[in-house]
Design a protein around this ligand. Structure first.
Ligand SMILES: [Zn+2]
Length: 459
């Protein structure tokens, strides 16, 4: 007898959409099919609902207002079942010490399954630990090509060296791609001219300097022989660099985020510091280019870049930190903007939020798909449910959302992880420490595996 059966829903995976039941035993999916003749201890009626694989958010920062315990909680309310956190090793900190600390805290308190990326602020003194990190299941490692004045920037020497180490050890590089010194100069120049920091923010971080850094990172990753994942793509000029790399067969993967798909630089006028994020929000034509790139396969994933920080619209813009709370609204916004907006199909949405991140980080087919043998991570989603977004009903510790007052159609109503119900009717059932650490195996997905081959809606 199965423990749980989900009946009557429409199953959405990267392959397509079909009416089917899902039977679950001991945390795994054991059968998927129409009118399954299976007895179960509990039946969940999914009539009228879409059933997605659990959403994987491959880009979260659990070191600000939302930590390794509270970030997975706000994520779970948004239909996310797996998070991949950045374990940032600051200057003076060891990479392995940081990874061990994140893993221990996550295993003790996370309601969601989680994996880790390494984050190197000082590769000169940290990159030598990369082979050990890969052994420990942390196989993707990020560096900053920007934020020179903050002391976070990795120069080309250390970038090349670290990519060389990653290539030899079988890991994957990630970079925040913006030209750090050039953007610092532009910021100094506008500061000296007495310009309002908010008004010139986007001009000091232009898309072409993001594209330039992307091009450089792609070149070095090729020389180093390591796959490369680009988080938070924002602009058409960057998309063109990714398209070129993919046309050449380079193993380069690209991500964008709900903020770049939903908002433009106009939001800076109304919300100021609340939407100070790096790279910045860009133009309407960039926003539509990102949807187009998601649809045509140039961009592979959507992730949140959730970094909840204490800010108010009245704060000094220049001094305000970068980052915003995003994880809880990510799936509803991607559904509303992408599917309701006519940019992408349901199965492409499942591909970019479930299957592709699972494949890129080596969690597939344990995660990212609804098929026998996979973890029973499911999200039941009501495409007709209206939501009025307001910070007051969100579960982040941030006191704002960048989408205050937006009305959207479609919302998660239930989720489960390894067969246990996490979210039900707006209530979270999971207990702290339910989440498991997931070792990754990043960078082995071929470009062909990430391409869209869904055959659409079978009913
Ligand atoms: Zn980030």
């Amino acid at each position: 007898m199965a423990e749980l059966i989900v009946r009557g829903g429409r199953i959405v995976t990267a392959r397509g959409v079909r009416a089917a039941d899902v039977a679950i035993e001991q945390g795994r999916i054991v059968a998927v099919g129409r009118d399954l003749a299976v007895n179960a201890e509990r039946t969940v009626d999914a009539t009228g609902l879409l059933v997605f694989p659990g959403i994987i958010d491959a880009h979260t920062h659990p070191v600000y207002l939302d930590d390794l315990v509270s970030l997975p909680i706000t994520a779970a309310y948004g239909g996310v079942t797996t998070v991949i956190h950045f374990a940032y090793a600051k200057p003076g900190e060891g990479l392995m010490d940081t990874i061990h600390r994140f893993r221990e805290e996550g295993e003790a308190g996370s309601v969601l399954d989680f994996a880790l990326h390494g984050g190197l602020f000082d590769p000169a003194h940290q990159s030598h630990e990369i082979p050990q990190a890969i052994e420990a299941g942390v196989t993707s490692h990020k560096m900053f090509m920007t934020y020179a004045k903050l002391g976070w920037m990795t120069d080309d020497y250390q970038l090349m060296r670290t990519m060389d180490i990653l290539g030899a050890a079988g890991g994957m590089a990630m970079v925040h791609a913006e030209n750090g010194l050039a953007t610092d100069y532009l910021q100094d120049k506008t500061n000296e001219a007495g310009a309002n920091a908010r008004d010139v923010f986007v001009q000091t971080r232009p898309a072409i300097l993001e594209a330039e850094a992307l091009h450089r990172a792609i070149a070095m990753a090729q020389v180093g022989g390591c796959p490369l994942y680009i988080p938070h793509m924002t602009a058409l000029l960057g998309v063109l660099e990714i398209a070129r790399a993919k046309a050449l067969g380079y193993r380069v993967y690209a991500e964008t985020c709900p903020q770049y798909l939903t908002l433009t630089e106009q939001a800076l006028i109304e919300q100021g510091p609340l939407v100070k994020i790096g790279p910045p929000l860009r133009s309407e034509s960039d926003r539509t280019a990102l949807w187009q790139a998601l649809a045509d396969g140039t961009i592979d994933t959507i992730a949140s870049d959730h970094a909840a920080k204490a800010k108010t619209p009245e704060d000094d813009f220049f001094a305000a930190p970068y980052g915003s709370p995003q994880v809880e609204t990510m799936l509803p916004l991607a559904f509303h903007g992408g599917v309701n907006g006519g940019w992408i199909s349901l199965s492409r949405l499942a591909q970019v939020m479930c299957e592709n991140p699972a494949r890129i980080f080596g969690l597939f087919p344990q995660k990212g798909v609804i098929q026998p043998g996979s973890d029973a991570d499911l999200v039941l989603f009501d495409p007709q449910r209206r939501t009025h977004i307001t910070y007051a009903t969100q579960h982040s510790n941030a006191s704002y959302t960048a989408y205050e007052g937006m009305d959207i159609l479609g919302s998660p109503v239930m989720s489960m992880q390894r067969g246990d119900i996490l979210l039900e009717q707006g209530t979270l059932h999971a207990s702290a420490g339910h989440g498991q650490f997931l070792p990754t195996r990043s960078g082995h997905a071929t470009l062909a595996e990430l391409r869209f081959s869904g055959n659409g809606d079978e009913g």
